[in-house]
Design a protein around this ligand. Structure first.
Ligand code: PMV
Length: 323
């Protein structure tokens, strides 16, 4: 018997410039990364539909109609229900999710899973959604876990490449720099974006003038960075990353471990490095114009028992992986 299988993958993301200030209406730039989540959907041999996420729940397979489902699965159940609502012919299926993207460190792992799952499940039922439809449904599901997601994560995961985001408006930023190597280092320090955003809000209320000054500096960095990205000026992009990291330090959202990682990378050939996302832990990103230097930096980080990944500025969005 032929087993009907569809498989789609979607990338995670990093914020290159402008985190935190973006919450106050300033612009930010983000891009897709070469770490992907994969969703496979296949005919079920049983009378029920199931989902398994070995990275999160080891060997456990959940029946989709079981209640209650673990909280982590509620957004994915929403996707299943939304898609099934459109089909009269129901058949049972097994969904398997596998992800290369570490969770809770600001790399957009849940958005990537949602996007890959929307694409694979709709395709399994014979309806290929267009990118706009995929992004919309994935964004709806993200609202279940992160009450007010900006839409940055699902948009990047769907379309790939880079984006410029300002005041809720997302536009494509078409940079694909094949000579750039981005090293992503996971400090393994988990943090909660909401708590750090709250901390900044408190500071903003207490010392508006000095915090606004930091945000204005970040704003200028973002404007210069857009130009440098379009001009493919890697030394300038690196310099602006380091400046952005210093502004985030001024905002008190860095962490001594992140600052140490940045220092080590700067001494080992990076054009510039910064924390990415909320800070307080999570990841550092570092730019190189040389593959060997980037690989060496990864080795150095791994020797320090940190996770380190290589990425580029040429990442595709959601992709059909079925063959
Ligand atoms: O935690 P992350 O990497 O998804 O990013 C948070 C970025 C902030 O600017 C700090 C918050 C936000 O909602 O934009």
């Amino acid at each position: 018997m032929d087993v009907n299988t569809t498989e789609f993958s979607a990338p995670g993301k990093i914020i290159l410039f402008g985190e935190h200030a973006v919450v106050y209406g300033y612009p930010a730039i983000a891009t897709a990364i070469d770490l992907r989540a994969k969703s496979s959907v296949l005919d079920s041999s049983k009378q029920i539909s199931t989902i398994s996420i070995p990275d999160l729940f080891q060997k456990k397979q959940f029946e989709l109609n079981q209640t209650p489902l673990p909280q982590e699965l509620t957004a994915l159940k929403f996707i299943v229900d939304s898609i099934l609502r459109n089909f009269e012919l129901k058949k049972n299926f097994d969904i398997k999710i596998a992800s290369q993207i570490p969770s809770s460190v600001g790399l957009g792992s849940s958005a990537a899973v949602s996007v890959a799952m929307v694409a694979s499940l709709s395709s399994f039922f014979g309806k290929s959604l267009n990118l706009e439809e995929i992004n919309k449904l994935a964004h709806e599901s993200e609202k279940i876990i992160h009450s007010f997601p900006s839409g940055i994560d699902t948009t990047i995961s769907t379309y790939g490449g880079g984006i410029y985001y300002e005041n809720g408006v997302i536009r494509e930023l078409p940079f694909r720099i094949s000579s750039a190597y981005v090293v992503i280092i996971n400090s393994l320090i988990k943090r909660n974006t909401k708590d750090i955003v709250e901390k900044v809000k408190k500071k903003y209320e207490e010392k508006q003038n000095s915090i606004k000054e930091i945000f204005n500096n970040i704003h200028e960095i973002v404007i210069d960075a857009e130009k440098a990205l379009i001009d493919e000026n890697l030394p300038e992009i690196g310099k602006l990353m380091s400046l952005n990291h210093n502004s985030l330090k001024d905002l008190d959202v860095s962490h001594e471990v992140l600052d140490k990682i940045v220092n080590v990378l700067d001494k080992n050939g990076a054009l510039g490095s910064k924390l990415t996302g909320a800070g307080g832990g999570g990841c550092v990103i570092s730019l190189f114009d040389d593959f060997t230097k980037a690989k060496d930096a990864i080795k150095i980080m791994k020797e320090k028992n940190l996770q380190a990944f290589l990425s580029t500025f040429t990442t595709d969005g959601v992709r059909n992986e079925s063959n």
